[in-house]
Structures are given as structure tokens and as C-alpha cells.
Design a protein around this ligand. Structure first.
Ligand code: AMP
Ligand code: MG
Length: 473
């Protein structure tokens, strides 16, 4: 028996639908995350038992939410995911366990509520990669085939992924409360969320303002970390922004190879709204939507509420800049930087863009001094910048310490797009060996080994230009 709780159901019933997953025709476990099972202290006689343990839930539910999708407001909800319950970890943390791809709910609109095996394997791989890059993320406990075919452009194996998060509450949940509920509903959701995720702010003078500031801060922290590793989420709609500050909804996400701020892989993001370099602006925009949703509970006087929200949003840029440059300078081995050192980052990125350098490998070369004859860092264009950079070590710390910092902040291994596709395609055809190997490498992304060079090679330009990722497939 898996002991599950359902604290979310203490909210007014407009926040959820009680619903059970569509029974699987023939469940078949494809992958199980033993490391995570151990962390959760879940012991199984047979790994194959895990899906049915979860399906035993007494009060599974789908969550109602809304959201701004590519800028437009829509009523949404878990259309193909069901929270099976909340699990209390050995550290006494409450986490949601959700089954994604588990059938239709009240919120499915025109969709079938299902997911393809390839999409669920992608979610598993990418979420594990982000987690091991030391960035907050949803986790994946298992992937199981449902035994049913799922029709997209062609027939695919249907599958579910078990997704774990501190909570699936998102900015869109607050937008839903604001637009489709009463102020009391919004207040209940706010109290519930603060209690569950941020009890440390409970003594704040203005609790809701402290909550808004906290969520802004964890989002900045999160997205700055995405920038650190070249991650492009791809669909930063407000319904995909978690209040807990965890990365989730791995649809059209990808990692950038050649550095360019306009990099986009998502097939539907034709205007580049969610391009790599736009993730800053979009984070601010999303937080502004969150602030708007909170207005009625931010202050009883609506003008004061607006002023408080505006002041918070106005502080975004300076908080972002400080965190962003601090992080980027850690990638260059510089701790506790001064603002005079910030231009080093901008100049480097400009050089990388002009020289079309691989984002990850350039920083890797700094960390390990992997310079050889072909290394663009040895080229004349880089000389003046390199001199400036190396001079900073005298004023801040020595080269040895700098290397330590760089190695801890610059991954050697990211899920390169071509490797991800190769591994997923083979896994869908029944051979999970490439997938397992890639996963093994991605579980130690900062542990560079020269004999693993294969995993550091960027895709060829042909592949890269044609590469497109898809949403919700
Ligand atoms: P996403 O792009 O995954 O964030 O999904 C956006 C919205 O579409 C959410 O409300 C999902 O629940 C819903 N959705 C995505 N795929 C499906 C599907 N196959 N069936 C039903 N709803 C879906
Ligand atoms: Mg979503």
C-alpha cells in the first residue's frame, strides 16, 4: 500500500474534479527510477507493482487552472493528467504524484487525455537531466505503456509518466481563482499555497506581498539556472510556471548548442516568444500576470494593492541582473563579482555569437583548459578578452580555485538534441539501451571524462537547422 494524502481537496471544489484514470488495457512498465524510489523510501517486491500501487488511490483528482498561452488568456486544467495523491517523504515533505497521459478529465476540451510513449520518455529524460544539473525540477518515477494506441500523425504506443513535484500549483491556478472564483476562493488558494510551500514567510507583515516577492525570487533563480546550462523551456505559458519554482512540463524543450539568444526549437513558437534570450522578459511578464491575479488579496484598498504589485515588478530587473551576472561569472570562475566585471559576460557572449561557438563546450574549455590547435579560444579574436578575464583572477581568487568553481557550474554533458532523438527513437522501437546509457551520463553532468567525448559533440548543422520540437504530443 502506498500511503497517500489529499490536502488539496480542502480547497473549494471548483479547484478540482474527482476523477480516476482510464483503466489501462495492458500496463507494461518501461522504466522505473530506482534512485528516486530509494529517496522516497518506497520498497517494492517487484518494480512492476508500482503503477498498480498508485492506481489504488482513493481520491485522485484533476486540477482546474487557467493561463496565458502565448499571451492569450484561456481556461484550462489537467486535460491529460491526474494527481493520484500527495506523498509524505522521509524528510517530511509533501509531494504530488501525478499520472500524465492517464485519460480524459473534465478539462480535456477536444483532447484525448492521452500521451505517446515518446513524449513521456522525453519528459522522463529531460526532467532527470535538469534535476541532476542541480536545477529544481519535477521528477519522473516511472514510464509505463498503457497497451492502447494513441493517434497523432500516426498511431503510437500510448504511455503514462508518473510525475512528482512539490506541488503542481501554477501561476495559472491563481489566474483561474481570480477570473472564475470569488475573492474568498482566491484567499483560500493563497493561504493553502503559502502554508504548503512557503510557511517560512508566515510572520510577514503583508503575507501576500511576501508571497509574491518569494515566487518572483524563486522564478528568477530558476530561469537564471536555465540560462546557466543553455536550457530553453519552449512553452513558458503561465500555466507551465510552477509556484514552487520547479521546472516542469517538458514538451518542446531543448538545450541550445551554438550560442545565439534567438535560438528556438519549438515548432509552434514561430515568433520566438520563448527563445533562449527572451526567457528573462517572459519571466517578468509571467510574474506580472501572477501579481495581477493576487491584487484582490494583496491589499483591501485597490490602489494600494496596485502600487504594491507595481513596486514588486519594478524590482525585477535589478534582482535579475544581480543573480544573472553572479551566475554567469561563476561560469567564469569568479565568485562575489563586482558590477565592473559584468561586461566580461556580455563581451564573451557577443564573441560566442559572432564565432558561432557551442555554448556548453566553450565554458567546458575554460573549466579544463581543453585548448588545442583547433580551439577557437586560441584564435586572435579571443585574445583581448582572455587577457581581461585572466587578470580578474589576481583580484578575486587564484586559478586553482577558479577552476573548481567553473567545474561546479559548467556542465560537460547536456542532453544534446541529436542524442536525445536517437535514444528516444530506439526506445520507442523497444531498445532502451541507448536511453539508459544517455541517462547514466546525464546523471553526472559535471563529471567530465575525456573518454566520454562522444556525448560532448554538438549535432551537425544540418540536423540542428531541421530540428523542431513539439508540444503536448
Ligand atoms: P501543455 O501544452 O502540455 O502545457 O498543455 C496545455 C493544456 O492542454 C493543458 O490544459 C493540458 O491538460 C491540455 N492538453 C494537452 N494535451 C492534451 C491531450 N492530449 N488531451 C487533453 N488535454 C490536453
Ligand atoms: Mg502544461
Amino acid at each position: 500500500m502506498l500511503k497517500l494524502e489529499y490536502s488539496y481537496l480542502s480547497l473549494p471544489d471548483k479547484f478540482y474534479q474527482l476523477v480516476k484514470p482510464t483503466p489501462f488495457i495492458k500496463p507494461e512498465l518501461v522504466l522505473i527510477n530506482n534512485e528516486l524510489l530509494e529517496q522516497l523510501n518506497i520498497s517494492l517486491k517487484k518494480p512492476e507493482d508500482m503503477p498498480s500501487l498508485l492506481l489504488d488511490s482513493q481520491s485522485s483528482f484533476a486540477q482546474a487552472y487557467a493561463g496565458h498561452q502565448f499571451g492569450g488568456f484561456t481556461k484550462l486544467g489537467d486535460g491529460r493528467a491526474i494527481v493520484m495523491g500527495e506523498y509524505i517523504t522521509p524528510e517530511n515533505e509533501r509531494i504530488d504524484i501525478q499520472l500524465k497521459g492517464s485519460g480524459r478529465t473534465l478539462y480535456s476540451r477536444g483532447g484525448d487525455g492521452k500521451a505517446t510513449l515518446k513524449a513521456m520518455l522525453r519528459e522522463y529524460l529531460m526532467s532527470e537531466a535538469i534535476h541532476h544539473l542541480k536545477i529544481p525540477s519535477s521528477r519522473s518515477l516511472f514510464v509505463a505503456k498503457t497497451g492502447e494506441a494513441v493517434k497523432r500523425e500516426r498511431e503510437n504506443d500510448g504511455a503514462v509518466v508518473a510525475r512528482l513535484m512539490k506541488s503542481h500549483i501554477r501561476i495559472g491556478t491563481f489566474e483561474y481563482a481570480r477570473h472564475f472564483g470569488s475573492t474568498e476562493d482566491l484567499q483560500s488558494l493563497t493561504n493553502y499555497t503559502i502554508n504548503r510551500l512557503y510557511s517560512e514567510i508566515s510572520q510577514a507583515e503583508n503575507l501576500v506581498l511576501a508571497f509574491l516577492q518569494k515566487v518572483m525570487s524563486v522564478q528568477i533563480e530558476l530561469v537564471v539556472n536555465w540560462m546557466r546550462v543553455g536550457f530553453i523551456h519552449g512553452v513558458m505559458n503561465t500555466d507551465n510556471v510552477s509556484i514552487s519554482g520547479e521546472t516542469f512540463d517538458y514538451g518542446p524543450c531543448a538545450f541550445m548548442n551554438t550560442y545565439h539568444p534567438d535560438t528556438v526549437y519549438s515548432s509552434i513558437d514561430t515568433n520566438g516568444r520563448y527563445a533562449f534570450g527572451n526567457q528573462t522578459k517572459i519571466t517578468k511578464w509571467n510574474i506580472a500576470r501572477f501579481a495581477e491575479a493576487l491584487l484582490p488579496v494583496l491589499h483591501p484598498d485597490s490602489d494600494t494593492a496596485l502600487q504594491l504589485a507595481q513596486a514588486c515588478i519594478d524590482s525585477f530587473d535589478s534582482i535579475w541582473n544581480e543573480k544573472y551576472y553572479q551566475m554567469m561569472l561563476l561560469k567564469l570562475g569568479i565568485e562575489n563579482p563586482t558590477p565592473e566585471q559584468y561586461p566580461l559576460v556580455d563581451e564573451l557572449l557577443k564573441l560566442m555569437q559572432t564565432l558561432r561557438l557551442d555554448y556548453t563546450n566553450t565554458f567546458l574549455a575554460f573549466s579544463y583548459d581543453t585548448g588545442n590547435g583547433d580551439n577557437p579560444l586560441n584564435g586572435p579574436e579571443f585574445k583581448p578578452w582572455l587577457v581581461k578575464w585572466k587578470n580578474t583572477f589576481d583580484s578575486s581568487n587564484g586559478v586553482v580555485q577558479a577552476r573548481k568553481i567553473m567545474i561546479a557550474n559548467n556542465p560537460a554533458f547536456i542532453p544534446r538534441n541529436h542524442l536525445v532523438e536517437e535514444a528516444l527513437d530506439a526506445a520507442v522501437d523497444g531498445d532502451t539501451s541507448l536511453f539508459e546509457k544517455l541517462l547514466l551520463v546525464l546523471r553526472k553532468p559535471y563529471h567530465y571524462q575525456e573518454n566520454m567525448g562522444y556525448y560532448t559533440i554538438p549535432p551537425n548543422q544540418n540536423f540542428e537547422h531541421r530540428y523542431a520540437t513539439y508540444c503536448g504530443t
